[in-house]
Structure formats: structure tokens, C-alpha cells
Design a protein around this ligand. Structure first.
Ligand code: ZN
Length: 356
């Protein structure tokens, strides 16, 4: 397993290294801003070039604002699940069915019509491009197997578990190639883990471990309460004063082969002591709210991190965002990045002062 961040890299904090969960807003010349899953504004070779230009900007803004583990900001994908699936065979994007996603909202989704397989790398070239932008550790996010099957209509396998297992095998192929391209951290996004608790227990963790099998790169699972969109905010308002969904998955993940767990914290109703259930694992803690465009102060970020440090060892805490920042105005996302880096800096100084 690669220790993160790489020792000896210049300008990388080895204590409390910061990382974004995933998406950043795209430039307005690439797609319509402040909108999730917005269509592209360019076509053909101009689109290919525009995506990489946006990726380059996203990486450099993270570097400039003091983020330690650099990601692509998901600039080359329209949707965190379907863009991956679009590159697979066995899924028909013309045949669409309306299904209930995350047991929460209806969406028109593509249909699995035959055996699913991956003919070639999906994000491997983009990851190579990100690798060229920095010597700092880089992180790449993929959808998790359970979240993938929950974003499709299945007419072929007719079994959520069987299809998840097929996707896990495909994800592992992609992850191995991302690792070979120089990706240090591979993240699987599994928001479905907060909804389908029985399936998480029965086969969800096993499918996730299959996706991560044999990787030397550090592996992360990101489990959140979703982007700050209305369907998710409405759902959150039904969850009561304490959000205890993580209570099912954390003890299982603590026993699993996954290295890092990424969770939502700041402004959420997740009791901080649930992190104790992960003791021994690294924790990527959401100290930036993605449902409000009010920018946190460094002191607010620091306060969230200090409270987390009661339940996670300092050498295992990775300050992060609650989820992706795609729906924000660009300047808000940039200021939130700076706040994250500054807040982590405050706590880092305190820990060093205390001789940690
Ligand atoms: Zn998320």
C-alpha cells in the first residue's frame, strides 16, 4: 500500500493531507455552469481539447490553493456513474426506463441488454494527463458497483448482486490500469451504501473489495448523502435529528480491505462518534458543506477537524469536502478549497505545537 502523501514530495503536507471528494464546477465555455449533469457546449476535437484544458485548470487551482492530493475535478465526465457506463458494452442508452434511484427519486436510465464488458480504458488517458500536471499524489474516482446497478434498468442479469459482481470485475480492470498510469489513490463512490443496508451486508462490501482487489494504490470508499440537490435535501429532512446510516456500513468497512473511508460531516447530522467504528482505517472527513454556498471560515473547518480527532488518530485524518462541488459557482468552489487548506493548516500547527 502506498503511504500518502509521498514522502519527499515538495509542498505536500504529510500530516492532515487535504483532498477534494470529486467534482468541481466546469468552466462556462465547456458546459452550462451551476447545473449538475449539464450537456457539453463543445463538439468533436474542440470538446476533447476543452475537457483537458478544464482538467488542467482544476488541477492547478488545487495546487495553488494548497490541496495536497490532487484530483481531476471530474472535468472530463458529464455524470459520475453514466459516463463510465457509456464506455461499456451490454448497456443500451437508447432503451430507457424510469426507475427509482437510491429509493428516492425517479430518473430515466439506460438498460442492460446483454453481458457487460469493458473493451478499453475509460479514464486511463485522462489520468495520464492529470499525472503530467503534478508530482503530488493524485486521486481518481470511479463509481462503486452498487451505485452503478442502482443507476440502470437490468433486463439481462435480473439480479442486482450478479450485475454488481460483473461491474466489480470491470471496475477492477479500470482501477489496475489507472494505477499503472500513476494514480496513487483510487476512490469508489458508493452513496448507495447509505440506503440499501441489507445489500451492503450481504454482498455490497464483497463487491467493493472485488473492485479494489490486488491494488497497490490506496483505496477509498466515498459514502455520502448526495449532492445538495432538492431530492437529496428533501430526503435528509426525513432522517431525523441524528443520521445513523453509517452505523451499518462502518463496522463492515473497518473489517474490509479498503484503506480509507470518505464521509460527510460538516453541517450534517451525522454523530461524530460514529467515526470510532472505523478505528484503524484512514478517514477522509467532510469539513466543507456542499449543500450551502456560504464559504466556511478556516476556524469552522478547524473546529470540525478537532472534533473528529477525538475519534480518529491524527496520522489517519484526511480533511476533505462532504461530496462534489459541481453545482457551485466557480468562485465559491475555489474559496471553499482555500478554506479547507487553511483550516487544515490551523489544526496541523496545533498538532505540531503539541508535539504530535
Ligand atoms: Zn458524495
Amino acid at each position: 500500500m502506498t503511504a500518502l502523501p509521498t514522502e519527499g514530495s515538495p509542498n505536500v503536507n504529510t500530516l492532515l493531507p487535504t483532498a477534494l471528494v470529486g467534482s468541481l464546477p466546469k468552466p462556462s465555455w465547456l458546459s452550462e455552469p451551476e447545473k449538475l449533469w449539464s450537456p457539453w457546449n463543445l463538439e468533436g476535437s474542440a470538446l476533447a481539447e476543452g475537457k483537458l484544458d478544464a482538467l488542467r485548470i482544476a488541477a492547478h487551482e488545487q495546487l495553488r490553493r494548497g490541496i495536497d492530493i490532487i484530483s481531476d475535478g471530474e472535468q472530463t465526465r458529464q455524470h459520475f456513474v453514466t459516463t463510465f457506463i457509456e464506455h461499456l458494452s451490454g448497456v443500451d442508452f437508447e432503451q430507457r426506463e424510469t426507475v427509482r434511484i437510491r429509493d428516492r427519486y425517479d430518473a430515466s436510465v439506460p438498460t442492460v441488454v446483454g453481458e457487460v464488458s469493458r473493451e478499453k480504458g475509460v479514464f486511463v488517458d485522462d489520468a495520464k494527463f492529470l499525472r503530467q500536471q503534478t508530482d503530488q499524489p493524485i486521486k481518481w474516482a470511479l463509481p462503486g458497483p452498487m451505485t452503478m446497478i442502482d443507476t440502470l434498468y437490468d433486463r439481462h442479469y435480473k439480479s442486482r448482486e450478479k450485475l454488481a459482481w460483473e461491474f466489480a470485475t470491470i471496475l477492477n480492470q479500470e482501477a489496475q490500469e489507472l494505477e499503472a498510469a500513476g494514480v496513487d489513490v483510487i476512490q469508489f463512490d458508493e452513496p448507495a451504501f447509505n440506503v440499501f443496508h441489507d445489500e451492503v451486508h450481504d454482498w455490497g462490501i464483497a463487491a467493493l473489495e472485488r473492485a479494489a482487489e490486488g491494488l497497490k494504490a490506496e483505496t477509498v470508499v466515498h459514502i455520502c448523502y448526495g449532492y445538495g440537490i432538492k431530492a437529496n435535501n428533501d430526503w435528509k429532512s426525513t432522517l431525523g435529528p441524528e443520521w445513523r446510516q453509517y452505523e451499518t456500513s462502518f463496522p463492515l468497512l473497518q473489517q474490509s480491505s479498503i484503506d480509507v473511508v470518505s464521509l460527510e460531516s460538516h453541517h450534517s447530522h451525522v454523530p461524530m462518534d460514529l467515526i470510532e467504528l472505523l478505528r484503524g482505517k484512514k478517514v477522509m472527513l467532510g469539513a466543507i458543506d456542499v449543500a450551502s454556498d456560504q464559504v466556511e471560515t478556516p476556524e469552522e473547518v478547524a473546529d470540525t477537524l478537532r472534533r473528529a480527532l477525538q475519534f480518529v488518530d491524527a496520522d489517519k485524518l484526511i480533511p476533505s469536502t462532504n461530496c462534489g462541488m459541481a453545482p457551485f459557482a466557480r468562485d465559491v468552489s475555489l474559496e471553499k478549497m482555500s478554506a479547507l487548506a487553511a483550516g487544515a493548516g490551523v489544526v496541523r500547527a496545533e498538532l505540531r505545537g503539541a508535539g504530535a
